[in-house]
Every structure is written in structure tokens, then in C-alpha cells.
Design a protein around this ligand. Sequence first.
Ligand code: ZN
Length: 299
Amino acid sequence: MEYIILDLEFNGTYSKHRHKFVNEIIEFGAVKCDEQLNIIDTFSELVTPQISKKLNSHVSALTHITIDELKESNNTFSRVISHFRKFLGDGVLMTWSNSDILVLMENYQYFFGNDKLSFLKYYVNLQKYCERAIGYNDKARQLGLSTCAEMLGITFEDEHLHRAYTDAKLTALCFKALYDPELLKQYLYTCDDDFYRRVTFKNYNICDLKDPNVNRREMYFNCETCGRRALRRSKWRLKNRSFRANFRCLRCHKDFEGRITFKQCYDHVNITKKAVDLPPKEKPKKAKSASNDTQNNNE
Ligand SMILES: [Zn+2]
């Protein structure tokens, strides 16, 4: 099996024709690896934009590609795609994060009226794979390609980054350093209809308690001090896409607000819970004490 690691550069532009923004691809870069992760072939082609006649300043600053270069290449999207599908063959397509495959589908939709990449058989999101393989646990931020390379001690020159071929090659080096055929199986998708539903699915927080994917049995809180099940003392309310209610531990006499979110992902729901201290209410006359003010500020 061959692995084809693809990186795209694209230019966000407004299509007057379609009345919407399109991320128009301006460069394809890819490397082909054998099963030992040796680079056995390379691919690098510019695309002459058909939607926009100029490049965003940040795109030219980042890539150093000029519009003249793109015009001179005289290469349409459909021509590059036909070259690329020959290059890909039956191999596994790999990209760093799924944004490039989404942009490829978006361009496919724009130029061919269908967002399914008919030539695609297998796909791996190497960002997800590398995050797992390297033990990266930051849920708030995704692992960047250059950070991953630095963590692995792979040296690269900054000024060559953000060109499709260089980024694809750096991705391949990270993949090689973290190669584990057994782990890879978990990240390898066959590109059937289910795959397209999965890749285009946008996660969201469920905001309706009656949603069948809200598991009411999970809507409890234990006291953070003694671990006992706390008593809910209010109705559930919705704020900032989390369900909130007041709770009290009858043993510790501690009041807190329980906050719970149900994030709907493609094939599962992620539940997160957070307990936020509420000021004690036993002695309302002392409600303005310094300690209470501090707690309020912490919220
Ligand atoms: Zn307690």
C-alpha cells in the first residue's frame, strides 16, 4: 500500500456567480511513500485561479506565490485533479487535519457540481493520528505541524514552510517518525458515504433537554469535597449552551452550580461537567463579606 501525503494552498475569495465564499485551491503539493515510509515520488503543481483574479495579501505573504506565477502556470483545477488522481492511484490519501480534504471537496463541488471525490479510496487525518501517537492531550488546541516536527526533533527551515510541497514533505517526516502500522488502522477510513457524512459533520452543543441524545441519567453531580451525590435545588436552565442548576451537598452544606454540556459529535456525545462554587446562603446578612466578594469575582 502506498501513502500519498497531500498539502494544499488556497485563496479565500468571494464568488459573485455563486454568491458565497470559496477557498479556491492555488497549489497542490504531495509526496508518495512506500510502506517503509521512503519517499518514492513527488507532486507539485500550481493552479491558475478561475474565480479570483487576485490573491489575498495574507496568502501572498504566507506562501510568496504571486498571481503572475499562477497565471503563467496556465493549469486549471480540472487538469491538476486529473494529474493528481493518476499520482494517487489506489493509495491512501493523507492530510494534516481535515481542512485540506474539505477544501478539496469544496473545489470539487464548485467545479464539478459534486463534493464526493470519486477517485478517493482511503483517507487518514494525520493530525489526529500524530496527536495520538505522540501523546498530545490539549483538548483546547490542535497540534500544529511545525510544533509536531519540533517535538520530534525534525529540523526545517521556516521560510520554506507554507508551500504545499514542503509542508507535505514535513508531514511525511513526522508520520515516519511516529509510524505504527497497528495504530494507523484505527485512523484509516474507507471513503464510502459514511465517511463523507463523518468528515462534513459539524459538532455542536445540544441545547434542548428533550433531545434524545441528552442522557438525563448523567445529569447529576457529586460533592467535590466529600464525593456524596449532591441534591439538585433548582430547575435546569440553559446558559452559554450548557445546562445549569443549583446543587447542595447536604453533608458539607456546600452550594454550587452544576454545569453540564452535551456535545453532539458524529457518532457519540461528549459530556463535560463542571461545578462552580456558589457563596453560602445560610447567613444572608453577611453576604457582602470579603470572602464572598472574592468568590464572585472568580466566576
Ligand atoms: Zn460534601
